[in-house]
Structures are given as C-alpha cells and as structure tokens.
Design a binder for this molecule. Structure first.
Ligand code: NDP
Length: 281
C-alpha cells in the first residue's frame, strides 16, 4: 500500500515558513500584498479565490479581492490591471481563470507587469523558466516540486512522465523536472500506447483533467504518482488517477482532494512574498 503524500500537512508547513518571512518583512516596514481579480460567478473560481484571500490574510499579507460582473469589458479590466501595476500596496496580481468568453485571456495575462505576475503565466516569466533564469514559476508545478522536496523523493536521474502539456501545468512541470535533472517524457491526448509509457515512469505526474484515466495496471511498482487533476464525479472531487488501484502499486501517491491542490495556494503566497522581497532588497 502506497504512502500518502499529505498535501494539507505540507501546505500548512510551507505557509508557516512563508509567514516567518512575512514577519521579518514587516519588521523592515514591508507588507507583501496580493490582489486577486475575479470576473463573473463561476462557483469553483469563487471558492478558489476565497481560499486564496483567506490564506493570504492568515500568512500576514495584505490581501484584496476584486469581484467584477461577467459583463465587465476587456478594456475595463485592462485599465484596472494597469492601475494595479502601479499600486505599491500590491506585489502580486492574479486574475482568476477562466475568463468570460468575450475576453482575450492572452491580452489580459500579458497586461500584468511581469514582476507582479505571481501566477508565472506572463511570457517573460515563461521564457525565464525555459532559459533557467529567475522569475515566477506557475504555482501548481512549483507545489509539486515542493512536495517532492518535503518528502525527500529523489528526482535527479529518474524517468519522469508528465501527462498533459498545458501552459499552466504540463509544460512548466516539464521545465522544473528538467531543471532538477530528471529524464522527462511528455504525453498528451495524441500519445499512442499511453500505458506502455506510464509503466516506465519512476515519477508519474497526471495533469489531464479527466477522471480515473490512470489505473494501477499503468503504474510501475514502486513509482511515485502525483495526481494534479481535479474532477467532479457525481458531486464528488476526484483526480485523474484511480486512487484505489494505483495506491496498491505505487510507493508514494497524492490524494485528491488534499494532495497537490493545497500546495498551489501555498506557492501563490510564496511567490507573492518573493515579489515583495525582490522589491525590498
Ligand atoms: P488542460 O485541459 O489545459 O490540459 C490537459 C492536458 O491533458 C492536455 O495537454 C491534453 O492533451 C491532455 N489529455 C487530455 N486527455 C488525455 C488522455 N486521454 N490521455 C493523455 N493526455 C490527455 O488542463 P490543465 O493542464 O489546465 O489542468 C489539468 C488538470 O489539473 C485539470 O483537472 C485541472 O482542474 C487540474 N488543475 C489542478 C490544479 C491544482 O491546484 N491542483 C491547478 C491547475 C489545474 P492535448 O494537449 O493533446 O489536448
């Protein structure tokens, strides 16, 4: 039976570490600030944004949430971002995705000043990650790396298989694994014979967005399985991995909920505090 990687526990520890840095910044007269913009009434987004606001406040950050109606125009949002780019109270700006269909997601992301882009989605930060330069790294893959570090799971020299190639999870995950000297294979919806590839993985990361695609017979015995997926089946949250069968074969596994999800918020706080520190020094 696999050892469960407790994302809730590690996220609490990470948030405490961040709070320690925030306390020392307070002593220097700096209060890290985060503003989260939410457009519309998407229920999951509303719950994520509330979670982020609560966690930021608990860590001692100055946190503001701006909730705008779904009828907000793209130019009004761009003007707001422009104003927030110049507002010294905020070191981090996050626009909650997905945006209403009348808005151009790229234009909105590109409008955020790269030094306040704590989601790490701006091309400047994406380019920095690709080139191995410092910049903001997207919170979910950063959280996965942090979990592996906390659990002392070796990455260097291991065969990591990432399923999913999105800009938010899959691609930055690949870059981080390469940075940590893993040998990386990337799979996606056009990959042929997925089980043959996943069975070679020492470290299997599923970021697919479809329930129970990965089953125990697709996993190498003793592998580490990280389930990034968040799916809702009959009102219940589940990941991309069939936990019951996978946990019989893997050595380590993350549950859903309570695995990668809580780390994403913890990394958002860390990125925001890093942004404030960069300005303070
Ligand atoms: P996307 O839909 O952008 O990407 C999904 C990826 O999975 C695509 O690359 C797609 O391939 C690939 N894929 C789809 N079906 C299959 C299949 N049957 N076999 C192999 N590959 C497949 O999703 P995201 O990357 O944004 O998110 C992935 C999941 O992670 C979602 O469930 C999302 O909710 C969750 N998530 C969780 C977070 C957290 O905090 N825990 C944060 C962000 C996301 P192709 O490119 O060919 O279409």
């Amino acid at each position: 039976m696999a050892q469960i990687i407790d994302g809730k526990k590690w996220s609490g520890i990470s948030r405490e570490e961040t709070k320690g840095v925030v306390d020392s910044l307070h002593k220097q007269g700096v209060r890290p600030g985060l503003v989260v913009i939410l457009i519309g009434e998407h229920p999951a987004s509303m719950s994520y944004v509330r979670g982020k606001d609560k966690a930021a406040t608990a860590a001692g950050l100055y946190s503001e949430m701006i909730h705008l109606p779904s009828s907000t125009t793209e130019s009004a949002l761009l003007q707001l971002i422009d104003r927030l780019n110049g507002d010294d109270r905020f070191h981090g700006i996050l626009v909650q995705l997905p945006l209403p269909s009348h808005m151009n997601e790229k234009a909105i992301i590109h409008a955020i000043a790269p030094h306040k882009d704590v989601d790490g989605f701006h091309p400047v930060n994406v380019g920095a990650l690709d080139l191995g330069l410092s910049g903001f790294v997207p919170c979910t893959p950063l959280g996965v790396m942090k979990l592996l570090t906390y659990e002392s799971i070796e990455v260097a020299g291991k065969h990591a298989v990432v399923i999913g190639r999105s800009n938010i999870v899959g691609k930055p995950m690949v870059q981080l694994l390469l940075r940590h000297n893993a040998t990386v294979t990337i799979c996606h919806s056009k990959t042929q014979d997925l089980p043959n590839i996943t069975r070679q993985a020492d470290l299997l990361i599923a970021a697919i967005g479809k329930p129970n695609v990965i089953t125990g017979n697709m996993i190498k015995p003793g592998a580490t399985v990280i389930d990034v997926g968040i799916n809702r089946v009959n009102g219940k949250l589940c990941g991309d991995v069939d936990f019951a069968s996978a946990s019989q074969v893997a050595q380590y596994i993350t549950p859903v909920p309570g695995g990668v999800g809580p780390m994403t918020i913890a990394m958002l706080l860390q990125n925001t505090v890093d942004a404030a520190m960069k300005l303070a020094h």
